[in-house]
Design a protein around this ligand. Structure first.
Ligand code: G
Ligand code: G
Ligand code: MN
Ligand code: NA
Length: 252
């Protein structure tokens, strides 16, 4: 069986589950949400990381039913918690196809209203990498914000995210790529870029999420510069749903 054939069977058998990586408000240390990270759970129980199947899923179109399964998993795992705490949010990764087609917004509206979850509780992370049709992407992101979602530009600072490119995009937050956070406290060519990335986000009046925070020194640096949110191993690795719920309840 080809890799694509295997992936198609996995979609049919609903083998996709979600782990949740906590997102922390840096000033208070409170957990305010989590990023949903898909995993393929094979019948033998092993977990396949997304970087090994998302590219094939995207080019074949199987990403659409996978994204639907991610949304359904979030609801099955966390609807009760999300109804109990309206300040809790979950961030979902969208690929270029999701963003250009816009179909995902109707899926979300349908599933969220059925589960009595507010659109504001779901943040949408989009990478500028591979927005093929920028006008269609812009239209989807505008509509997403109208419906109450927060729009986050993921992997900020890498690839094509020039200021000119970002200027026309509707967005609420930037997620600074781990490669920039890694340089904090190190003497490297990119470490001088990191403060400018932060300043740029502030100039655009956007919220900032720092990704890949691993040390207290990095967290302190980000706090000093009023970066709002942090995510990374310093706080927690991605967790299975039950463990995330426990983490969240203990962190409160
Ligand atoms: O922790 P981790 O290995 O889960 O994440 C690897 C990559 O996979 C990240 O770049 C992340 O953006 C991507 N990813 C994780 N979950 C999803 C998902 O549900 N949909 C899409 N399109 N990408 C995802
Ligand atoms: O969507 P995105 O590409 O941003 O996905 C985040 C990826 O980064 C996931 O693979 C996640 O497991 C990983 N990650 C999150 N926090 C850390 C961290 O502190 N250190 C490292 N090395 N990886 C992290
Ligand atoms: Mn992401
Ligand atoms: Na990222």
């Amino acid at each position: 069986l080809s890799p694509l054939g295997e992936l198609a069977i996995a979609v049919r058998n609903r083998e996709f589950i979600v782990h949740y990586q906590p997102i922390v408000e840096l000033a208070s240390g409170a957990c305010v949400g989590a990023e949903a990270l898909v995993r393929w759970r094979r019948p033998d129980g092993s977990l396949v990381r997304p970087d090994l199947f998302i590219p094939l899923a995207e080019e074949s179109g199987l990403i659409m039913p996978i994204t639907d399964q991610v949304i359904e998993a979030i609801i099955a795992d966390l609807a009760a918690l999300l109804r109990m705490d309206r300040n809790l949010h979950i961030a979902i990764n969208l690929c270029a196809g999701d963003v250009t087609s816009g179909r995902i917004l109707d899926v979300l509206q349908d599933r969220l209203s059925g589960a009595r979850i507010e659109a504001a509780q779901i943040w949408l992370e989009a990478t500028e990498r591979g927005f093929i049709d920028i006008d269609a992407a812009r239209a989807t992101l505008i509509q997403a914000r109208e419906r109450g979602h927060m729009v986050v530009i993921d992997d900020f600072g890498t690839g094509y995210s020039s200021l000119q490119y970002l200027e026309g995009l509707p967005m609420d937050a930037l997620k600074i790529d781990k490669s920039f956070i890694d340089t904090i406290g190190r003497d490297s060519a990119t470490s001088s870029v990191t403060p400018h990335i932060i300043e740029m986000a502030k100039t655009l009046d956007l919220r900032i999420v720092a990704e890949g925070v691993e040390t207290e020194e990095q967290a302190e640096y980000l706090r000093e510069r009023d970066v709002h949110f942090g995510q990374g191993w310093l706080f927690s690795k991605p967790l299975p749903a039950g463990e995330f719920i426990r983490y969240y309840q203990n962190a409160k």
